[in-house]
Design a binder for this molecule. Sequence first.
Ligand code: ADP
Length: 351
Amino acid sequence: MSATEKKDLQLVKVFIRERPWTKSENDLKRICTIQKIQPTQISLKCGNMEKNYTFDRVFDKTASQEEVYEIVVSPLIRYVLSGYTCSVFAYGQTGTGKTYTMIGQDAALNIEFANDPSVGMVPRAAADLFAELATLQVEYNMLISFVEIYNEEVRDLLVSDSVPLRVFDDPDNKGSTCIKGLTEVLVHSISELYDFLNKGAAERQIASTNLNRLSSRSHTIFTIVLNIREMTTFDEETIKIGKFHLIDLAGSENIGRSGATEMRAREAGSINKSLLTLGKVIKALALKKQHVPYRESKLTRILQDSLGGTSKTSMIATFASTVDAFDETVSTLEYAHMAKNVANCPTVNIN
Ligand code: ADP
């Protein structure tokens, strides 16, 4: 296979991000498993085991939200404005910074703290879109939706006590799906968007408390749909539709290891099903297979029209560099490596 052919197989841009150590990790003087880190390479070592990986970018624990945004998310804004679909996934073990990266620190989820350095990718992307749209001086409307997938059930995070929603094939658009009864709200300002983001984050928390489940076991999809009205030189009206999915995936850890109860084991099965199917879909698309198994999980069904084709997809895989997390870190980086370039990754079998 030629270098160009191999490059074509990179369907997903893959970035990895190290979480800073907590105070207790620092106090315990844990041994760091990172041996060497470079802008696109990382070398891990634990005992006799050594692993080396190459990614589109490696962010160490000093990287700021702004830096991650500028490199990973900001380049996608112009595609959304041009009517393309873009997706950014956060993948990794629970507690490694997926929600921090995508949404930000809880306290900063308020318009008063919109300039706080801890603000995550979702509010930054929305603020950027509003700013760009203001300079373009076009007519547009921005719709947002926020859903959670838990145990293969889809819930609306923009309404209280959502019932599970049904995903069905879009009769008007082959290859796309719709979610029956999904709330899509029109937002006119970043401040309104913060209100809905807050509401959704709170609903996720309430649902996990009421239903006795861990929020880290659910996937969330925050979607921005942008309808931009333009006039052609012949005074005809055209509508461009850009879509941006920002996805905080459930924790990728194998909870079987920590002694799962029946309920936890069921959750783990559903999480793994979605994450494994996502891997299979990426692999099938990159290898240009005829059959892409979108239908095997709710996550990939909902994102069916946003993976492959002209869509742009990026993944941020988060990890912790302590010895305790080494096995999970390796499995995160193996998954991320597979997503980056399936052709070069014979060690991971996701079939
Ligand atoms: P996950 O969503 O992967 O379960 P969280 O985003 O909840 O993990 O992060 C776990 C903890 O680590 C949180 O207290 C979060 O604020 C903190 N954290 C994660 N990444 C960073 C970071 N890059 N900088 C500062 N704190 C972080």
